[in-house]
Write a new protein. Sequence first.
Length: 358
Amino acid sequence: MSKILLHGTEAICEGAIRNGCRAFFGYPITPQNEVPEYMSVKMPEVGGVFVQAESEVAAINMVYGAAGAGTRAMTSSSSPGVSLKQEGISYIACARIPCVIVNVMRAGPGLGGIQPAQGDYFQATKGGGHGDYHLIVLAPSSVQEACDFTYRAFDLADRYRVPAMILADGMIGQLMEPVELPPMRDLSEIPEKDWATSGHYGKERRVLNSLIIKPDELEPHVNALQKTYDEIYRNERRSLSYLTEDAEIVLTAYGTPARIVKSAVNELRRRGVAAGCIRPITLYPFPDDAFAACAARSCTKAFLSVELSLGQMVEDVRLAVNGKKPVYFYGRTGGNVPDEEEIVRAALDALKKAEAEQ
């Protein structure tokens, strides 16, 4: 199959459209503006609906309505815009409505800057809004994955009846690479949603609500959600390991930093240091099994989490390692991206500390 050259944002759109997304609601914010721009052209071509909402709050509630009626629906934004959507995302999670939310992260806090960052990890993986809930969170590190993961996100959301998020930093969104597009899926192949509101007179009334007043009704509803999250944890943890079998130091990163970390691992190997890396693909559920396996090896002396933040994913790494080996952190923020040599130095420092502490 031939490949075409796409921006990460455009690849996200193609992944969505080709797996049945027929409703998009968004609002402009850099660095994801190409998503609504692309969808405004493409959705009418496939019989879909595009609406530039009056705000991020309006956009997420439009997703609630369209997805609740059984349509595969998506919205996209960047960090501050996703913050504005959080109330609606929490409502959607409670109402058990599958949809896809795209966050092309920019630097923060506040309005911050438009350069790439990863400061939204906590927001994405720990719920983000109020209450007990989770999203399935997928983290692409290439334009091809931006397409493929968005395609997969719709199937995962439908399978578990939960919202799914594509968490990409601004560099992945703006990067241009060749992409092999997945097949255009026939809408008739998508299973019918027997829970969706159809509006047809005479059918059993279906209610998709997040307001459950009685404690004895809300508690079992939330517990049922937790059982779904437990099932997602058992079935959907994904990661890629590289040269970890004999690694004395294991680096980890997602998104753009993961590409640089892999290069740093190769450079460390060239210098005689046995290094490896783990790249989480699912940030929720976090692939703790991959880290636990490395922590159990006698050759592994330390872990290093590399992030475009002040340290967020590192907390999940520490939980996964469970105190068996030391876990260190190296991060840049403000939109700065570390180069290979920075990461090599950070890995050597971490290994030296670990050896000194033994």
